[in-house]
Design a protein around this ligand. Structure first.
Ligand code: G16
Ligand code: MG
Length: 208
């Protein structure tokens, strides 16, 4: 049975993908090409530098390492401007109720996100205090589907992975959770998340 829970951020707790999209699209425009929402799907759950690499490939743009650092910084500055406006109203349905319920049952709660802006986002959404641990892009070196982020989450909660459940919206995240030895609840479409133990459309489905 579940003693600990580990949540992905984007797509599970909040839809930050739309702000990542706006920031990447602005960068692409400056570089002289169009970046679409369909392109953006490829960046979900992917680290900042890997996202940039994919974006440059889509645009057929060559850039030196130094130029890429500069572009990533510029994208992040734009992104941070958007997420500075975040507030509680952008929590996905059921999030606060579900997390509060877990706390009342004494279940540990951790975040397992690729984002380096995760702490700031939790603060903006006013849910930072609900988390016992935050494992984010600053603390991991290997991206999902590598299990590192979730193994570190279990470790921070001082629990064996077999007692932890991961909540994920991306296929790579579901794989990472399974590879860590955790139970996995997929959030989204069953076709994409078939490796999960259970798939729901949102945390709201788990709140009764
Ligand atoms: C999130 C998003 C990705 C983003 C990544 C890094 O992952 O899904 O699109 O590229 O974080 O974000 P940042 O540029 O803020 O470090 P997750 O794991 O929360 O779904
Ligand atoms: Mg996600």
């Amino acid at each position: 049975h579940m003693k600990g829970s580990i949540f992905d951020l984007d797509g599970v707790i909040v839809d930050t993908a739309k702000y990542h999209f706006l920031a990447w699209r602005e960068l692409a425009k400056e570089l002289g090409f169009e970046f679409t929402e369909e392109h953006n799907e490829r960046l979900k759950g992917v680290s900042r530098m890997e996202s940039l690499r994919i974006l440059l490939e889509i645009g057929g743009v060559q850039a030196t390492e130094a130029e890429q650092q500069c572009m990533a910084q510029e994208k992040n500055d734009r992104y941070v401007k958007y997420i500075s406006q975040l507030d509680e109203s952008e929590l996905l349905p059921g999030v606060r109720t579900y997390l509060t319920g877990l706390r009342m049952r004494g279940i540990g709660i951790a975040l397992g996100s690729a984002s380096k802006n995760a702490e700031f986002i939790l603060e903006r959404l006013q849910i930072a205090s609900l988390f016992d641990a935050v494992i984010d892009g600053n603390k991991v070196s290997k991206a999902k589907p590598d299990p590192e982020v979730f193994l570190k989450g279990c470790e921070a909660l001082r629990l064996d992975p077999s007692h932890c459940v991961v909540f994920e919206d991306a296929a790579a995240g579901v794989q990472a959770g399974k590879a860590a030895g955790c139970g996995v609840v997929g959030i989204g479409r069953p076709e994409i998340l078939s490796e999960a133990d259970l798939v729901v459309s949102g945390l709201i489905d788990l709140v009764k």
